[in-house]
Design a protein. Structure first.
Length: 144
């Protein structure tokens, strides 16, 4: 099921507004490559607020789903109830880790869960900086 989500995302990226045949021809004419990076840059320039919200919210949902999947077998094997068994517990842990609050009441027990929590902390600091830059660009004063 998770791979279907990846396939759907890849389909939207490959056949989007900025990756069709005309865009590829135009980008090639000016020395660019019409791909995922180009599409993300265009979206961040044209609508930075919407792009940042979509990136942050999709990151939280995907990381929460992965964390709950990685932590579920731990409770089955050890016969104990793990604190990160459900999607919402994973959601809470991911939001607390991404925002660098980290209360410590929920911690992953499996090795893959701990690794994912480390990746989430690094990705969260990157996303917080993106949100700060986006907010600054929205409130930036210009000549118009």
């Amino acid at each position: 099921m998770f791979f279907r989500l990846g396939f759907l995302t890849r389909t939207f990226i490959n056949y989007g507004t900025y990756t069709d045949a005309y865009s590829r021809k135009l980008c090639k004419q000016y020395g660019f490559t019409a791909g995922v990076r180009f599409t993300l840059k265009v979206h961040m320039v044209t609508d930075p607020g919407k792009s940042a919200v979509i990136i942050v919210s999709s990151s939280i949902v995907i990381l929460s789903l992965l964390l709950s999947i990685f932590e579920r077998p731990y409770s089955v094997v050890n016969g104990k109830k793990n604190v990160v068994d459900t999607f919402w517990d994973g959601f809470y842990l991911v939001v607390m880790t991404m925002s660098t609050v980290g209360y410590g009441d929920f911690t992953p027990k499996s090795t893959m869960g701990k690794f994912l929590a480390m990746i989430t902390a690094l990705w969260g600091s990157f996303l917080i900086s993106i949100l700060v830059l986006t907010t600054a660009s929205i409130f930036e004063l210009d000549d118009s």
